[in-house]
Write a protein that binds this ligand. Structure first.
Ligand SMILES: Cc1ncc(COP(=O)(O)O)c(C=O)c1O
Length: 419
């Protein structure tokens, strides 16, 4: 094509992001028909019952009173002073935990996933995750010359499918030197499922065994805990980290940390890739390698967001206040999700097992067509490969109760059409 000098690998269609596209349609319908007539369940941001973005008041206060120098000057590559400690407190609580924690600031959890895919896999390798997963996992892999492979997330009892994970992990270990298993839990996007402690124990046991059985392979186990503060209590959600122990030396455990949900700061682009190091040396090697990667891609990360994280977590009073405010948000979102899930059962709409959090997934045939049918009813959901995603985080309680019946009818209609 004339006047286009793109390298071959970068000549690609930009398929409009499905979530963004559905949300634009919903907004147009709201403008035409009014808020009450439309169920816009597309976005992954928490909206209150008046449709306003939910932002922790502590966060808003800190941002509005921050000196301009803290906002505008560069941050050190790995994070500002106190960042590592603040991430550690946010993820593990006060007091010494048994990992050597090393956190490198990234632009959101997205940036952390980028560092994971680039630095822990070789060219052409596949990352392993569940079949129900957040869409950008695949984009991030492909953008970096890697692939995504999946295994069925649930067995026929709707429990986490440890056996399927084991089978896929072994298959990868036979092919690749570098192996990454990424699991998004608790409050998984898009299902709202949280792995139990027992499921995590069994998963880590598989990694332990595989590590020993394949001593010439490197296994990275990454927990994407972006929604960790929107599930159960602090103590119970952190039990999954207790499973990670007695790991062989050819393994490393990482976590994707995001400020988008826990600190309601999605637009401020801050998160971290976190090493749960078994030794100090491993944690330091991780930090050096990730810092190199950061310097070469985005340099440093939004300073104001890091400052908010540090100011909250290193000040027990502010932290208690932020925790209290977040607890209110969490309760509201979970109450909506639980209401949708109960009502779905009531009307016979099959959902993936939901525990808590922003999203619920509805398995169905021909998701794109079902989403289109729902569009005609002014219900906007996100079509995924295996079903639909509904977002209780963005929809009032009244609409969460109204939606399941409408979705069930559309799923049935979609089924009939494909017969
Ligand atoms: C599962 C999962 N991981 C990571 C992210 C990254 O979010 P952010 O880059 O805004 O921190 C998201 C965002 O929606 C997500 O759903």
């Amino acid at each position: 094509m004339d006047y286009v000098t793109l390298a071959k690998h970068s000549v690609r269609e930009y398929a409009p992001d499905k979530i963004f596209e559905a949300s634009q349609k919903a907004k147009a319908s709201i403008a035409r028909l009014g808020e009450d007539q439309v169920i816009n369940s597309t976005l992954g941001e928490c909206l209150d019952d008046e449709g306003r973005l939910m932002v922790l008041p502590v966060v808003e206060h800190l941002l509005r009173t921050m000196p301009v120098e803290e906002i505008c000057s560069y941050a050190p590559i790995a994070g500002i002073a106190g960042f590592n400690e603040a991430v550690e407190i946010s993820l593990f609580g006060e007091g010494k935990n048994r990992f050597h924690v090393s956190a490198v600031a990234t632009p959101g959890g997205c940036g952390a996933l980028r560092h994971l895919v680039w630095n822990f896999l070789d060219e052409g390798d596949a990352m392993l995750t569940t079949d129900w997963h957040w869409g950008p996992y695949r984009n991030i892999c492909e953008e970096h010359g890697r692939k995504l492979e999946t295994f069925p997330m649930f067995d026929d009892q709707d429990n986490f499918h440890v056996e399927a994970m084991e089978e896929s992990l072994e298959a990868l270990l036979k092919r690749q030197k570098q192996v990454v298993l990424a699991l998004n839990t608790p409050a998984n996007n898009p299902t709202g499922y949280s792995m139990t402690k027992e499921e995590m124990d069994r998963t880590v046991e598989v990694i332990r065994r595989c590590g020993k059985q394949y001593p010439d392979r490197n296994i990275t186990f990454c927990l994407d805990v972006s929604y960790i503060d929107f599930d159960d209590t602090f103590e119970r959600t952190r039990e999954i980290f207790d499973s990670i122990r007695d790991m062989p030396a050819n393994t490393m455990a990482l976590a994707v940390f995001s400020m988008s949900k826990s600190y309601t700061m999605c637009g401020m682009r801050c998160g971290a890739l976190v090493c749960l190091g078994e030794t100090e040396e491993a944690a330091e090697t991780f930090k050096a390698a990730m810092s190199y990667s950061s310097r070469s891609v985005w340099s440093n990360v939004v300073r104001a967001a890091q400052k908010v994280l540090v100011d909250i977590n290193l000040n027990p009073e502010l932290k208690a206040e932020a925790d209290r405010q977040r607890e209110g948000f969490k309760k509201q979102i979970s109450a909506r999700g639980q209401a949708f899930y109960r009502e779905a059962k009531e009307v016979g709409l099959k959902c993936c097992p939901y525990r808590n959090g922003y999203f619920i997934a509805i398995p169905c045939e021909n998701p794109a067509r079902v989403a289109q049918i729902l569009c005609e009813e002014n219900v906007f959901v996100v079509p995924l490969a295996k079903g639909l995603r509904f977002s209780p985080c963005a929809v009032t309680m009244e609409k969460c109760l109204r939606a399941p019946k409408l979705i069930r009818a559309a799923v049935e209609k979609g089924k009939e059409e494909s017969r």
